[in-house]
Design a protein around this ligand. Structure first.
Ligand code: F3S
Length: 65
């Protein structure tokens, strides 16, 4: 599983890195960033779906492996 942020949609709401800090971080302006290469480690799948479901801009895509 992989996560991706569409930077054109992200408005910096911050729910991704607040809810799922193991997968997301923020840049210096508060926009969401993927931690690492976006591969979701085993056990973190719920965190990926949680972040995607809570992004008001629907900027987060979860790609099933
Ligand atoms: Fe951006 Fe959505 Fe996260 S707007 S900061 S990707 S919650």
């Amino acid at each position: 599983m992989k996560v991706h942020i569409n930077a054109e949609r992200c408005q910096g709401h911050g729910r991704c890195y607040d809810l799922s800090p193991e997968l997301f971080t923020e840049d210096e302006e508060g926009y969401g960033q993927i931690s690492g290469d976006g591969l979701v480690p085993g056990g973190a799948e719920p965190a990926a779906h949680l972040a995607a479901a809570n992004c008001p801009e629907r900027a987060i895509a979860v790609q099933e492996a």
